[in-house]
Design a protein around this ligand. Structure first.
Ligand code: KIV
Length: 283
């Protein structure tokens, strides 16, 4: 079957058809190509790039310029997946007009097709304005990493009846504000399932159980590339860090032992030209 370009409305339609949605993060051209070829529905250029690409401790220092740099590379690599740009800390929280302008930059300068931002009812005004500007918005509730200072660390959310009820209300508010999907991060599975059943737009879970309408994982976690943190909800589908270190070590050993480069890794030169060259050196 011919593969169609995935769009925000097509993601919403997938929920109506009860078809699970797949999303992965990607941060560069090569990674985006691989994710796209695998048939993944959506690529999130997440601000998690602060940790996995830049070596930061959290997402807070990531800037608009850094996000746009990675978005442009991803946009060049992906043909079919829907492209979501993650709005970095302080690019949308302070003022609605600034939120709209920055969201617009993700589409105009970053090649993205929608934006994601974190927060519940307090973000409704910004979401409405961004959507009114023609930019689809994906919400993000639960463990919202830009609020780690408020949470006191990377802690699961929605674990009390009161907090779970607030999460449902936040999801309803985001849907009413015009979001086309909501990421639910690190919330108990029954709470995520209850949210998913109460809204018509898809929920995309990460550490939120099987009751969500889709799932998202971080590129480096799926591939086993990042060993600094191991969230319990991650399933590693490969352990590429070991494969890569093995390959680099084999290369180093080959160079040291003069096994690389071999004849087949060099450019040929005709015998005549070589003879003429040697003569020129001698003369
Ligand atoms: O930044 C990110 O990668 C994210 C996902 C974990 C949802 O927000």
């Amino acid at each position: 079957m011919e593969r169609k370009k995935m769009t925000a409305p097509r993601l919403v339609a997938k929920k109506a058809r009860h078809e699970p949605i797949t999303m992965l993060t990607a941060y560069d051209y090569t990674g985006a190509r691989l994710v796209d070829v695998a048939g993944i529905d959506a690529i999130l250029v997440g601000d998690s790039l602060g940790m996995v690409m830049m070596g930061l401790d959290n997402t807070l220092p990531v800037t608009m310029e850094e996000m746009l740099h990675h978005c442009r590379a991803v946009a060049r690599g992906a043909k079919y997946a829907h492209l979501v740009g993650d709005m970095p800390f302080m690019s949308y929280q302070a003022e609605v007009a600034e939120a709209v302008r920055n969201a617009g930059r993700f589409l105009r300068e970053g090649g993205m097709e929608s934006v994601k931002l974190e927060g519940g009812q307090e973000m409704v005004a910004a979401i409405r304005a961004i959507v009114a500007a023609g930019i689809p918005v994906m919400g993000h509730l639960g463990l919202t990493p830009q609020s780690i200072s408020k949470f006191g660390g990377m802690r699961a959310q929605g674990k009390t009846a009161v907090a779970a009820r607030r999460l449902v209300d936040d999801a309803l508010a985001l849907e009413a504000a015009g979001c086309y999907a909501i990421v639910l991060e690190a919330v108990p599975a029954p709470v995520a399932a209850a949210v998913s059943q109460r809204i018509a737009i898809p929920t995309i879970g990460i550490g939120a159980g099987a009751g969500c309408d889709g799932q998202v994982l971080v590129y480096h976690d799926v591939l086993g590339l990042f060993d600094r943190v191991h969230p319990p909800f991650v399933k590693e589908y490969a352990r590429l860090s070991e494969t890569i270190v093995e390959a680099f070590s084999a290369y180093r050993e080959d160079v040291v032992a003069r096994r690389f480069p071999a004849e087949e890794h060099t450019y040929p030169m005709s015998a005549e030209e070589l003879a003429a060259f040697q003569q020129a050196l001698e003369g």
